[in-house]
Each structure stands twice: as structure tokens, then as C-alpha cells.
Write a protein that binds this ligand. Structure first.
Ligand SMILES: CC(C)(COP(=O)(O)OP(=O)(O)OC[C@H]1O[C@@H](n2cnc3c(N)ncnc32)[C@H](O)[C@@H]1OP(=O)(O)O)[C@@H](O)C(=O)NCCC(=O)NCCS
Length: 314
């Protein structure tokens, strides 16, 4: 994260087709980027085969602080383009059309213990929405061929910077929504397990350090990026998980990331086999004070069951 030295921002837009470039140029002059609205009514400054660069007088200094003086916006997909293909394929997340579908995928594939409200919704504030809000350019979906997202990988190249942006940008955005989900004083349950779990998850939303690293920031230092992946059952075991992870790895490696980690519920054997097949390895630290005798397994924590971490170098 770079300090703001000026309020000028170079915005790079991927140029996929002439029509798409036309639509970016003519209609999309405002973007929500890292939770900050950027007005890109600035001048087109250069054209290369794959990108269009706008020199932008950024109306919001904060955007420059968070994104750095040069940033790449996710490509814009026109409705027509996504309906001309009928085979599922991996593409970048599109914030104007994919948000609801991605949250739906999160809900459908969530661990069974999360599938009760308001836990279900709060879980999406933790493991899904922050990535869509703060880092949409490192979110990818499987498009079913008709424009609908049926799987995703959400990630970041720099978990520490993401943690900071979560604190400074995302928490204020989400706070009002959390208020709506929480009981008014005096109307709470009797400290029942559901209320306790709800409160623990709300605490995690407000404490990104714990949400992102649990208590293992130091052990995870060598792998600066991290990801979450979920695919609807209709599109599992077709090779898309591998494609999503490959796409994420290439993208964040190009951003200078040297490795990534992921934390998962220790009981999810199928996912563990998937990561092992992709060459990930379990974090080689015993993290539960040797209680389980198993490598890389945490104690049962605030956020539910025990967690295991997988890592890979890029
Ligand atoms: C786990 C998940 C992301 C895997 O994605 P996927 O598209 O189904 O996996 P792929 O088809 O790309 O599989 C790649 C390789 O991983 C291994 N693999 C994947 N799923 C597996 C399973 N259920 N059992 C054993 N091996 C598996 C295989 O070696 C496979 O290669 P192969 O098909 O040539 O044998 C997906 O199944 C999923 O979203 N599951 C539900 C939600 C979830 O558990 N998310 C992860 C939370 S940490």
C-alpha cells in the first residue's frame, strides 16, 4: 500500500474487444474500487493491444492511498458477450452482474454448521463479501456459458494490505448492515449457542486480523496471498476448481506474490484431497500445541471447528 503522493490515478482497463472498449469508454465513467467511488472522466492517455490507460484526476484521495497510483480495473463484460458462449468457462468477477450469484454460491456450499440465520449471512460478510468489495480484480468465477456464475475463487495477493483495507474501508461499510442483523439491546437470547456463535462471527467481521490470519500471522508470513474457493455441486469434478486456482495463482504471481495459503475446516476431506492434487502442502507447523498429534491443525476456535492450513509457493 503506497502513501498518496498526489490525487492522480492511472486506471488501466483491460481491452477485450472493440465493442467492449466502446462500452467502457462511453458509459462507464464511475467505478466502485476498493469500496471507493472513482470518477474516471479523465482523458484517455494511451492504448495498447490489451489495455486502455486513463489518466484520472481522482476525486477521492483515499482511492489513491489504497489502490496505489496505478491500478487495473476488472474488465467489463457486456450482456451480449456473455450470452454468445454456451460452454462453462472461467472469467473475471463482474461486480455489476455477479454479486448475487457469488453470495448464493457461498450460501449453497457453506459448511453445514453455518446454514442457519443470521450465521449464514454473517459468514458471507467474512468469507465472501470483503473480497468482492475490496479486491474484485482478484476474484474469478465459472460462467455457466449463459452469464451466470456457478463457482468462484476469491483471493488477494497481499493479505496484510487486505487486512488494513478491511479495517479502514470494509468495516465502516458493513457496520450498518451488521446493526440490522443484531438484536436491539435487551431483546437478545439467553446466551444460547446460536447467539454466542453469532456474536463470535460478528467479532471476527470487526477484527480482520483474526478473520484473515486467526492467530497464525507469523507462521503464514512466507505465503502473503490467500484464497477461498467454492463451486456449486452441478459444476464440481469437471476441472474448474483446478482452472480457478491456476488463474488465481497466475494473477497474484503477476502482482508480485510469492506464495499463498488457505484455511479450511479440518473435516473437509474432499477439499483436502483437491488441494493435495494441486500440489498444495499442509502448513508444516503443529498449531494446536500437539493436542491432535496432527500436522497443521488448529484447536477448535471461535469460528467453529478446527482449521487446517494449506500453502503453496508461486
Ligand atoms: C473442492 C472444490 C473446490 C474442488 O473443485 P472441483 O472443480 O470439484 O475439482 P477439480 O475437478 O478441478 O479437481 C482437480 C483434482 O482434485 C482432486 N479432487 C477434486 N475433488 C475431489 C474429491 N472430491 N475427492 C478426491 N479428489 C478430488 C482430483 O485429483 C481432481 O483431479 P481429477 O478429477 O483429474 O481426478 C469443489 O469440489 C467445491 O467447491 N466443493 C464444495 C465447497 C468446498 O469444499 N470448498 C472448499 C472449501 S476449503
Amino acid at each position: 500500500m503506497q502513501p498518496a503522493s498526489s490525487s492522480s490515478l492511472e486506471v488501466l482497463c483491460h481491452k477485450r474487444t472493440t465493442q467492449e472498449f466502446a462500452s467502457v469508454w462511453t458509459s462507464a465513467t464511475r467505478f466502485l474500487w476498493l469500496g471507493v467511488e472513482i470518477d474516471i472522466s479523465g482523458a484517455l492517455s494511451s492504448l495498447s493491444p490489451n489495455t486502455v490507460t486513463y489518466a484520472v484526476q481522482c476525486s477521492c484521495r483515499r482511492a489513491v492511498e489504497i489502490a496505489g497510483p496505478t491500478t487495473t480495473l476488472p474488465p467489463t463484460y457486456s450482456q451480449n458477450m456473455s450470452t454468445t458462449q454456451h460452454q462453462p468457462f472461467v472469467r473475471q468477477y463482474n461486480s455489476s452482474t455477479d454479486f448475487e450469484a457469488v453470495v448464493h454460491i457461498f450460501r449453497e456450499t457453506a459448511d453445514g454448521s453455518l446454514k442457519v440465520e443470521p450465521i449464514w449471512t454473517i459468514g458471507s460478510y467474512l468469507w465472501c463479501r470483503p473480497y468482492l468489495t475490496l479486491s474484485p480484480s482478484t476474484c474469478f468465477v465459472i460462467d455457466d456459458g449463459c452469464g451466470r456464475a456457478v463457482g468462484y475463487v476469491l483471493g488477494v495477493s497481499d493479505s496484510a494490505a487486505f487486512c488494513e483495507a478491511w479495517n479502514e474501508v470494509y468495516v465502516p461499510i458493513i457496520e450498518r448492515e451488521l446493526e440490522r442483523l443484531l438484536p436491539i439491546d435487551g431483546e437478545d437470547g439467553q446466551g444460547d449457542p446460536l447467539s454466542r456463535r453469532r456474536d463470535e462471527l460478528v467479532q471476527l467481521v470487526r477484527s480482520p486480523e483474526r478473520a484473515i490470519f486467526s492467530s497464525y500471522r507469523k507462521q503464514l508470513e512466507a505465503w502473503p496471498g490467500h484464497l477461498h474457493i467454492d463451486i456449486l455441486p452441478s459444476h464440481q469434478r469437471m476441472g474448474f476448481g483446478r482452472q480457478l486456482v491456476d488463474t488465481m495463482c497466475k494473477t497474484i504471481k503477476a502482482e508480485g506474490c510469492s506464495g499463498l495459503y488457505l484455511g479450511m475446516v479440518a473435516s473437509n476431506d474432499q477439499a483436502a484431497r483437491f488441494y493435495e492434487a494441486l500440489g498444495f502442502r499442509r502448513l508444516p507447523h503443529v498449531l494446536d500445541d500437539h493436542a491432535s498429534g496432527e500436522l497443521g491443525r488448529t484447536k477448535k476456535g471461535d469460528d467453529g471447528g478446527a482449521t487446517i492450513y494449506f500453502v503453496t509457493d508461486l
